[in-house]
Write a protein that binds this ligand. Structure first.
Ligand SMILES: [Zn+2]
Length: 460
């Protein structure tokens, strides 16, 4: 009784605080309310999430968490479900707690059908101390922010130790990208009674521009036995059809697809082991978003959502700021796509390369949340832009490094406009874009947050 009262008080305090933050416009404010709530009632997240009527779904992995969770949320809404979803990419415990409180009444009721949480790989362990998921989807594991989380295998192990904490009556459904060997090997040591592994992957990738597959930075990935994998097909990075002489190979998939990749949209022909076949249109650029969509499709099928609602939900998905979102700013089309590691960035550059009407604005910061080390810029395939013959504006704390990288990629230095101030650089880049052209904005994480602030100020 006293406990329940404490939860109610916490929710009232935090809700008022959130309103105050919004009223004062002091930025996104997603961390502070969650922090305070957890101080006042340490078990508040657990208390609220336990009220969920159906599946609790978590999405983790290096790239594509926000988009995959967003696509899935759109599908669940199409199905008429009431969901709780941390849509703004606040994927640590404080952000998830704030989301739960936002969705609860002051009586401490959170009456939702489903929770869809994207969770940072390193926080999964802590999250599962507080609630049990029914479905976990893992998108991919790439080299990203190594200074924070260490090596890739260590990340896979973190996910496994988080899974070991869960306890549900039904076996936990683990949805894994079969094309990523680091992901597909997760959970090999668990029994079928504890874990139901469901694999998805692509059979074939058809690019509108057939030369695409050549360009992708390669990562050498070792099998658990220590030998490097050999590949029959590579789709991008270390994703593809792999095998090792010890017998480990890409597992058979329950959900498999063919992708047809266009410039700013794609579609996938999905098939399942139980003979379902359907097409999903994705209004987002690039192969990486086809992977996000296939991951969401697989999770939705496991939650028994109809094919019609899956198709509609994905087609109608409205993007989160900075995740392939197309905006109209001062009458011009602007596409903002976060970049944070070589392989993800290379996939984005392919879209820019294929768009004759596209101009570039790149913003590279090296704050803590970006990763302090920007040497990854040298591993991303900026050579894709070698024939880019238009002005490109470059900004952020590491604008000079970015400009140098582009020079080495073969861009004419007289086309490169370097300006550290993000706002004035953005306005200049936008000014260079003609009415029939598009501006591609490629920011790192904290640069994206700065752009969001400029957006709140009506791009002034
Ligand atoms: Zn092996």
């Amino acid at each position: 009784m006293i406990k329940n009262l404490l939860h109610k008080i916490t929710i009232c305090v935090v809700k008022s605080l959130s309103w105050a933050i919004k009223a004062l416009k002091t930025g996104s404010g997603t961390n502070l309310p969650g922090k305070i709530a957890r101080k006042l009632s340490p078990d508040i997240l657990s208390f609220l999430v336990k009220q969920t009527k159906k599946e609790i779904i978590t999405i983790t992995g290096t790239n594509g968490k926000t988009t995959t969770a967003g696509l899935l949320a759109s599908v669940f809404r199409e199905d008429g479900r009431k969901i709780v979803h941390n849509s703004r990419g606040a994927n640590m415990l404080t952000g998830i707690t704030a989301t739960a409180i936002e969705n609860s009444s002051i009586k401490a009721d959170m009456t939702s059908d489903n929770c869809i949480f994207e969770i940072d790989e390193a926080y999964l362990n802590l999250a599962f101390n507080e609630f049990n998921p029914h479905i976990i989807a893992v998108t991919n594991l790439f080299r990203d922010q190594l200074d924070r989380y260490g090596e890739l295998n260590a990340t896979a192990k973190k996910i496994e130790s988080a899974i070991a904490k869960t306890s549900v009556i039904e076996p936990l459904k683990l949805i894994l990208n079969a094309d990523d060997p680091l992901v597909s090997m997760i959970g090999n040591n668990f029994s079928d009674a504890d874990l139901n592994k469901i694999f998805y992957g692509f059979e074939e990738i058809i690019h509108q521009n057939s030369e695409e597959k050549i360009y992708s930075p390669q990562e050498s990935i070792n099998c658990k036995c220590g030998k490097p994998f050999s590949y029959l097909k590579i789709f991008y990075g270390h994703l593809g059809y792999y095998e090792c002489s010890c017998g480990v190979k890409r597992p058979a998939t329950k959900v498999f697809a063919k992708a047809y990749i266009g410039v700013n949209s794609s579609n996938i022909l999905v098939k399942t082991l139980d003979n379902q076949e359907f097409t999903v249109n994705i209004n987002l650029p690039g192969l990486y978003n086809c992977y996000n969509a296939l991951s969401a499709v697989t999770a939705a099928l496991e939650a028994e959502i109809s094919i019609k609602n899956i198709q509609k939900g994905i087609e109608n998905y409205a993007t989160t700021f900075g995740r392939s979102e197309t905006l109209k700013i001062k009458g011009k089309d602007v596409i903002i796509q976060l970049i944070k590691n070589p392989i993800g960035a290379t996939e984005v550059l392919k879209t820019v390369k294929n768009d004759d009407k596209g101009k570039l604005f790149i913003v590279i910061n090296d704050n803590y949340a970006d990763g302090r080390d920007v040497s990854w810029l040298w591993d991303a395939n900026f050579e894709l832009l070698a024939n880019y013959n238009k002005p490109a504006v470059i900004s952020g704390t590491r604008a000079a490094d970015m400009a140098l990288r582009l020079k080495y990629a073969g861009l004419d230095s007289k086309n490169l406009i370097v300006s550290e101030n993000i706002k004035s650089a953005f306005l200049e880049a936008l000014g260079n874009v003609n009415a029939d052209e598009k501006l591609y904005v490629l920011p790192t994480y904290t640069a994206l947050l700065e752009l969001e602030k400029i957006k709140k100020n009506n791009w002034q």
